[in-house]
Write a protein of this length. Sequence first.
Length: 406
Amino acid sequence: MTGRAVAFDRTVWRAVGDPLVRGAGAGAASGAEAVAGASDARPLAGVRVAVKDLFAVAGHVIGAGNPTWESAARVETEHAPAVSVLLQAGADVTGIARTDEFAYALAGRNAHTGAPPNGADPARISGGSTSGPATAVALGQADVGLGTDTAGSIRVPASYQGLWGLRTTHGLVSRDGVLPLAQSFDTVGWLTRRPDTLRAVATVAVGTAVRSLATPLLVCEALLAAADPATRRAFEDWLARTGTGVGVVDLPDLDDLAETVRIVQGAEARRNHGAWVAAHPGALGPDVADRFAAAARITAEQEAAARDGLGRLRSAVRAVVADGALVLPTVPGPAPLRTADGPAVLATRRSTLRMTAVAGVGGLPAVSAPLLVVDGAPVGVSLVGPVGSDLALVDRAAGLAVATLL
């Protein structure tokens, strides 16, 4: 033993500090202890935050998960508002954590920096694109992961790593100072190990107003059929243990939802980054390069049709959810094994999008709670609620967790 500090894991972090940015005031406590003992003036005193490498952190560049982009990026002079609000509440930024390139993936595999480990099951992938922050939280190196969710990028790693994750109502939290992927779906959110930490962070960011939710949980048969059989069985067993009334609802066709997200997301990703991608051949890993190539083939007519469909589908999804909470497995099943090949991971992405697209198309908040175990690995349960029900969803999920403790 040399007594030297262990070098930080570069698959998880791009930059770390002690802390990298100190929050308002001075806090000695950390984690749950910090939340429990925080003052009204600094409700997040001592909480450690891992920031996804898409957010502006003053004095640093936005790396976007790509070394070529990072090498030419300008140094940010101001924090993104989503970072500032946490710092003002007393939280410390521990570091800037890895993301899939341009957040255009769900697996957590970065061709340049490697795959962050899964803190719940090292044999499985971490999930992305908020991969680094999720792993940092799961490993106890941070208390909060600040990330984005476009098509599931907070909910997927939350499910894979046994974390709490909140995708906020679209547009509720400022995306200023955040590198966009697809503005029609991009949202800000957080990952934590505990529901009380998630609620404390969300309260700081969105305020204290809590929208009430109807009591019966809403279930859609198509979403249950989209899950793997073992996941569906575990979910239905869990749902029976809640003792909560259930209402059965029908959503628009899940393939239509997923295809609408794919086309609109691709068109906007191309608009945001297509020129840079074309000017830097070979700069992207193969999977993300293929995704941008597919985006470049989207025609104006296809985009226009998808945007028209998005408006209709968004209204339809919101009408189905109404003032209730739609409940579903977050993803089809446990995280794929780290040894899974590219086609298998791509197939998982496609099946996952059929489930995560509901909240994305609806522009609705969704919380993923670590309430299922399938084949010895965590799988989340998601609650999707109406616009502005973010805090109510966290409260409802936390209540269900207590009611169904194993």
